[in-house]
Design a protein around this ligand. Structure first.
Ligand SMILES: [Zn+2]
Length: 274
């Protein structure tokens, strides 16, 4: 039971929130305000997929709710749409397309920076549920790719907006970033791993490894960390875990050559001891 997509005429920019017009054939869209490029996410039409085992009365109710759900999604009203998804899932938990639409709602509700982390886990759960119901769904594959790519673009957009906090010397410990800034930066990098779970594109993890390696374009110069904060951020462990994951997909992968901040630190410790 493969469903069709709804015909979208506009989609919000996940980064800056601008409303963008969508031509019917486009799969990608570039925001003319902030320059981000996103995949177009077309919600699934669910009103024609009512379970045949529902009673006649419930079936009609199901179709009505599904139609309101579709209207809400087309109007970019994702909180309302999310609630309608739940109503439909109460009546029939086995409609994979409703789980996909719920994941899309969770994606849009996540574009607020503050809830992006919890919501990203939700998205993964809903898509996995849809996968358990219908493993071969082409639509599921298509939407997983779009959500994963967008999550990656969106978290990078927020990551590079994190500024050094102007503060006294004593509160900052890594090139002028506060502990909270660094936690925030690391959380955004972890989202690329979540994007990888949704759709295994190794580019996401390769970018994470680069960010965790002190190369020029890294957001934070991890090697300048002061000594007593070394156990706060599991940078080395994360980096190693991502490298292992990449190597499973690409056995010949060679991580960036620069020494990690951890290697620097060990040098520092041995030179200050001797
Ligand atoms: Zn934008």
């Amino acid at each position: 039971m493969e469903q069709e997509n709804l015909i979208l005429i506009s989609q919000k920019c996940s980064s800056c929130g601008a409303s963008l017009d969508i031509e019917s054939s486009l799969t990608k869209i570039k925001c003319m305000y902030c320059g981000s490029t996103f995949q177009v996410i077309r919600p699934l039409k669910v009103s024609s997929s009512a379970n045949s085992s529902l009673s006649e009365e419930n079936k009609q109710k199901y179709i009505n709710i599904a139609k309101i759900l579709e209207k809400s999604m087309l109007a970019n009203n994702f909180q309302e749409a999310y609630d309608y998804c739940n109503k439909l899932l109460e009546m029939d938990t086995d409609n994979a397309d409703v789980w996909i639409d719920k994941a899309i709602c969770a994606y849009w509700l996540s574009s607020d920076n503050k809830i992006i982390f919890s919501q990203a886990k939700e998205i993964t759960t809903y898509l996995n549920t849809a996968r358990q119901i219908n493993q071969d769904s082409e639509k599921l594959k298509e939407i997983s790719i779009a959500i994963a790519e967008n999550l990656f673009v969106l978290s990078r957009y927020y990551l590079y907006k994190i500024q050094k906090t102007e503060s006294t010397k004593y509160e900052t410990f890594c090139s002028g970033y506060l502990r909270t800034d660094l936690t925030n930066i690391l959380e955004h990098i972890k989202l690329w791993d979540t994007a990888y779970q949704i759709h295994p594109n190794v580019v996401f993890l390769k970018r994470a490894v680069e960010e965790l390696t002190p190369v020029l374009k890294a957001k934070v110069n991890w090697e300048q960390r002061i000594l007593d904060e070394t156990n706060v951020f599991p940078v080395k462990a994360l980096k190693e875990a991502y490298i292992q994951k990449i190597k499973k997909a690409e056995p010949l992968y060679i991580p960036p050559k620069k020494p990690s901040w951890f290697a620097y630190l060990i040098n520092y410790v041995s030179s200050s001891n001797g």
